[in-house]
Design a protein around this ligand. Sequence first.
Ligand SMILES: [Zn+2]
Length: 406
Amino acid sequence: MTFRSLAIACALFAVVATAGSAAAAPAEALPQATGVRVGGDDKQTRFVVDLSQKIGLAAFTLADPYRVVIDLPQLAFHLPADSGEKGRGLIKAFRYGLIMQGGSRIVLDTKGPVKVERVFTVDAADGQPARLVLDLSPTDRTAFLRTIALDNRNVRATSGKAADAAPKAPGDTRPLVVLDPGHGGIDIGAKAAGGEMEKDVVLQFALTLRDKMTGSGKFRVALTREDDTFVPLSERVRFARAQGAALFVSIHADSIPRGEGQAEGATVYTLSDNATDAAAARLAEAENKADVIAGVDLTAEPDDVANILVDLAQRETKNFSGQFAKLLVSELKATAKLHKHPLKSAGFKVLTAPDVPSVLVELGFMSTKEDLKQLTSAVWQARTAGALAQAIDKYFAPRMAGAGRN
Ligand SMILES: [Zn+2]
């Protein structure tokens, strides 16, 4: 599959471990980021973050696309909502947020290969707050990649872990359904004009759906994340497989770039090498970028879906995924607005578990006013979650009816 060709290299530049305990702490106890500035030009760019106290950090670079990643202890970011949308000098844009419990991250998108000249934090002094300072200069690709090759052995895995699954009591044969709220933490997903974020909408929806499903008592339900934490795509898939999930439902909300027309309604996606249409291909590409956005090193991912047995299993899984997708569309039809082509497929990385039937639902468009109103409405969420729960019920009904027989 094409997304396996993603080659991301990285290098560790500096580790200054002065931070204290990185355990999750109440927001008021966390160090705070209170301001951010980018100065300079294409020859020398300085990135500055004002902090409530001096903290430890680690910075490294990633290629394709060129990025600089700064890992920090968990911070409370009190920055203007549009911070990072526009850069300056060598920095195109940047984003920040939680990457795992206890750890925050800032990812800078750079215009080309850069050299981290220096990166450090300083104590408050002379009426100035404590600060993080990072200086960048331009370099060429060869030099950039050479630095990466030299330092690659030092790279540590920085990836969030999926939440723990619902404990399974001995003798509990109920099927496990894994709900996967997209994005989280530093990866906000689609953003509406008014600032509403996909990561929040889909988490709220998944929690509503979980409550509905656990209420019936027919299933065990687990979420890949239960709070605003980043979870890499591969970790979501690994989690579903490791828990022996019988069904995996990834939940998202789409958006269309300004000036590219309007679209509305929900769409249900299954995995395919050949995208149904250009829009589906574009969407899969955007959703697969979650790890790139967060600065996860993909080179470390095991390639465990590459043998013939897996391929056979995948064929059967594919049939089940297709069956569930059809059921879901027919249930949603009664309660929610559907996209004009509600059943599609494309190469979504999060749907690649070879042995777990998996679908991805785009609930609607964050970029469409009417859709957004519904997506953020508790009434609409409850009703639509009801339709999903109903489809899950119908999907398992014949399987559970046969479970008691030999
Ligand atoms: Zn999404």
